[in-house]
Write a protein that binds this ligand. Structure first.
Ligand SMILES: Cc1cc2nc3c(=O)[nH]c(=O)nc-3n(C[C@H](O)[C@H](O)[C@H](O)COP(=O)(O)OP(=O)(O)OC[C@H]3O[C@@H](n4cnc5c(N)ncnc54)[C@H](O)[C@@H]3O)c2cc1C
Length: 403
C-alpha cells in the first residue's frame, strides 16, 4: 500500500538524498527500530548517541512513508482544544500535553541546528475562527490557554481584516511555532546515526516478531532474521498490526498542493502558519524557496486507490480555497499530492511500552502534529532504557487515565 500519491513536494525538492541497501544477512542488536520515517530516525539517532547498538529497517526507502507527504508545520497546539482536553483527560495531563509541544519545537530546532539540516524556521501560527459561533469558542480557548501561560494573543475581527484579505470573527496567534523540511531532517538524522554506528537497511519488511527467553526474534520478507533485546515500532499508521490491544485510531487521508515560488506574499502577513477551526480544517505555510503550501480536505482512509481517485477534485477545491484566502497571490500549481496519517480519539499519540509487551516500544506519533511527538518519543525511549522516568511518560502512555 502506498502512503502518498501525486508527487510530494519534498522528495522532488531534495532528490532521493540517499538510498540504503536491503538486509542481506541475519544480525543481532540491542534495539531494532522498525520504520525509518521522522519518528524512527529521531529514535535511532538518539539511541546511538546514548551508546546503544541499533539497527533500523524500513519496508520502503527511508522517509517515503507519511513523512515525505507531510506539510511539516510544527505547532504545540493540537487538534483537540485545551479546554476540551482538560474535560476529557484532566487539567494536569492536558496542560502537560500542550507544554510538551512547546518543548518539542525547541528540540527540533536544536536538532536542525546541530545537523545543519531540516530548514527549521520559526513562524507565528494564526488559528482563525471559521464561523461566528467558532469565534466565541476560540475566544474561550484563548482565555484557557492564557490562564495556563501559553504564548497566545487574541486577534479581533477588525485587526484580522487589517492583516488578512479574508474575514474571520477572531483568531488566536501563537508566538511559538515553526516550519521544517521533515524529509531532509529524517535523512540527516539517519546519516548522523549511521556515522555513530547505527546499521540501516531499506526495502526490508519485518513480517513476524517472536518472543524468546533472552529477547525477540524478528523475521523479514527477505529471509534474514534479527535477534534483539527490544523492538521499536515506528511504522506510522502501519504500526497497529504489532499492537496486542485495541486503541481508538482512525486513518485519515489529507490533500495538499505546493505552488511555484511566489514573488509577493501580499495578504499573508509574516508568512505565518495558518489554520482554522472548521473540521476538517485547511492549513497553510510557506517554504524556504518561497512557495506556498496549502493542505486539507481530509477524508477517512479506505484504500490507496479510492484516495488517489479523489486527488483531482480535492485539488480543485484547494485551489478555490487558496483564491479565497490569498486573493492577491496568484496560484501557479506546482505539486499536488495526497498522503495518509492516523489520528487518535483524544488527539494525543500513544508512546511507550504497553504493559503486555514489555520489550516493544510503540511510537505511534499520530495526529496533525505528529512530528513534534517524534522527538518526544526519542527522549522517552532513551529515558526508559536508562530506567529513568520521563516527565511526559504518563501523558502519552497506553495506560493514561481519563478524567
Ligand atoms: C498530507 C499530510 C500532512 C501532514 N502535515 C503535518 C504537519 O503539518 N505537521 C505535523 O507535525 N505532522 C503532519 N503530518 C503527520 C506527519 O507527517 C506524521 O506524523 C509523521 O510523518 C509520521 O512519521 P513516522 O515516522 O511516525 O511515520 P512514517 O513517515 O509513515 O514512517 C513509517 C515507516 O515505517 C515503514 N514501515 C511500515 N511497516 C513496516 C514494517 N513492517 N517493517 C519495516 N518498515 C515498515 C514505512 O515504510 C514508513 O517509511 C502530515 C501528514 C500528511 C500525510
Amino acid at each position: 500500500m502506498d502512503l502518498t500519491s501525486g508527487y510530494p513536494f519534498w522528495p522532488a525538492k531534495n532528490g532521493f538524498l540517499k538510498t540504503y541497501e536491503p538486509l542481506d544477512r541475519s544480525l543481532a542488536c540491542e534495539v531494532l527500530v522498525l520504520g525509518g520515517g521522522i519518528t524512527g530516525a529521531c529514535i535511532a539517532r538518539s539511541l546511538v548517541e546514548d551508546g546503544r547498538d541499533v539497527v533500523v529497517l524500513d519496508r520502503r526507502n527511508f522517509g517515503w512513508g507519511s513523512t515525505c507527504g507531510s506539510t511539516a508545520l510544527l505547532m504545540y497546539e493540537i487538534d483537540t482544544h485545551l479546554r476540551d482536553l482538560i474535560r476529557e483527560t484532566g487539567q494536569g495531563l492536558a496542560v502537560a500535553a500542550y507544554r510538551s509541544g512547546l518543548e518539542a519545537i525547541e528540540k527540533v530546532e536544536g536538532l536542525c541546528r546541530t545537523l545543519g539540516a531540516g530548514e527549521f524556521r520559526r513562524r507565528d501560527t494564526v488559528y482563525f475562527a471559521s464561523t461566528a459561533a467558532d469565534g466565541e469558542i476560540l475566544r474561550d480557548e484563548f482565555e484557557t490557554r492564557r490562564e495556563f501561560g501559553l504564548p497566545v494573543e487574541w486577534i479581533s475581527s477588525e485587526d484580522f481584516s487589517r492583516q488578512f484579505d479574508f474575514p474571520a470573527p477572531g483568531a488566536i496567534r501563537s508566538r511559538v511555532a515553526a516550519e521544517i523540511d521533515a524529509f531532509q531532517l529524517t535523512h540527516a538524522l539517519l546519516a548522523d546515526g549511521e556515522r555513530r554506528g547505527a546499521r540501516l537497511f531499506a526495502r526490508t519488511e519485518a513480517t513476524e516478531c517472536h518472543e524468546r527467553e533472552d529477547g525477540l526474534l524478528v523475521k523479514t520478507d527477505r529471509g534474514p532474521e534479527i535477534c534483539c533485546g527490544h523492538v521499536v515500532v515506528a511504522c506510522g499508521f502501519e504500526s497497529l498490526k504489532y499492537l496486542r490491544r485495541s486503541v481508538p485510531v482512525r486513518l485519515t487521508s489529507s490533500f495538499a498542493l505546493a505552488s511555484e515560488p511566489i514573488r509577493d506574499f501580499a495578504g499573508w502577513p509574516d508568512r505565518c502558519l495558518l489554520w482554522e477551526s472548521a473540521r476538517p480544517y485547511c492549513y497553510a505555510r510557506t517554504t524556504s524557496d518561497g512557495r506556498g503550501l496549502l493542505g486539507g480536505e481530509d477524508v477517512p482512509f479506505q484504500n490507496a486507490l479510492a484516495r488517489d481517485a479523489l486527488l483531482p477534485a480535492k485539488v480543485e477545491r484547494l485551489e478555490r480555497r487558496w483564491r479565497a484566502l490569498f486573493p492577491r497571490i496568484p496560484l501557479e500549481l506546482a505539486f499536488p499530492w495526497t498522503g495518509t496519517f492516523a489520528e487518535t480519539g483524544d488527539g494525543l499519540p500513544y508512546i511507550g511500552f504497553p504493559s503486555e509487551q514489555p520489550r516493544a516500544f510503540f511510537a505511534l506519533c499520530y495526529g496533525g502534529n505528529g512530528i513534534t511527538y517524534s522527538v518526544l518519543a526519542a527522549e522517552m525511549l532513551r529515558a526508559a532504557l536508562r530506567s529513568e522516568r520521563h516527565p511526559y511518560a504518563d501523558v502519552y502512555s497506553f495506560e493514561r487515565k481519563k478524567a
